[in-house]
Design a protein around this ligand. Sequence first.
Ligand SMILES: N[C@@H](CCC(=O)N[C@@H](CS)C(=O)NCC(=O)O)C(=O)O
Length: 196
Amino acid sequence: MWRFYSPYSVVVCESTIHCRNRFFCTVRPLHSKTAASLVCISHFSLFFFPTPPSLRFQDLLLTREFPALCLSMSFFFRRFFSATSPATMDAAQKKAQQLIDDNAVMVFSKSYCPYCNNTKRLLDSYNAKYKAIELNQEDDGDDIQAALAKITGQRTVPNIFINKQHIGGNSDLEAVASKGKDGKKLEELLKEAGAL
Ligand SMILES: N[C@@H](CCC(=O)N[C@@H](CS)C(=O)NCC(=O)O)C(=O)O
């Protein structure tokens, strides 16, 4: 437990948790046993959700400010529990790029996704070597998916690369298989990539 100065008062920090490079803790003013606030400490910022020291949380439920508090809390949770921090995004982007660079054919997939299964079946029918990672089974899968959205503009899986070139999703791969891409058949693209 530690103390620090806030714009509001000297506060005591209790029950910390560490999540996604940020610390979350509840705080209460030094001389109060009742009021508590939630604080998020990230690399760059410190956020406070102060509650008036005279109020207990139970009392707060009855105030006119309660809807506003709910709104700000929901914004807080969406922003800080689900968003990817810049450092995490950077690491995920590097990892995704490495996978794209190291593999003739790279498929970012999800194990339950039928479009992903179709993609694998299509590649198997060409006897192509490919690397697939199942984003739903990776700890950083969501971050990699967000990084891929940033790199390619595509958020869905499968997200397919041949020879470091972004192909798109399963329907795009099927279109390449039937019509080719830049005048080349899928087989040629796979050969050029070293996947056949
Ligand atoms: N037209 C796309 C459809 C892909 C799609 O809808 N994939 C679903 C999973 S089956 C998806 O990515 N949903 C969002 C998600 O899983 O985050 C394709 O052919 O690849």
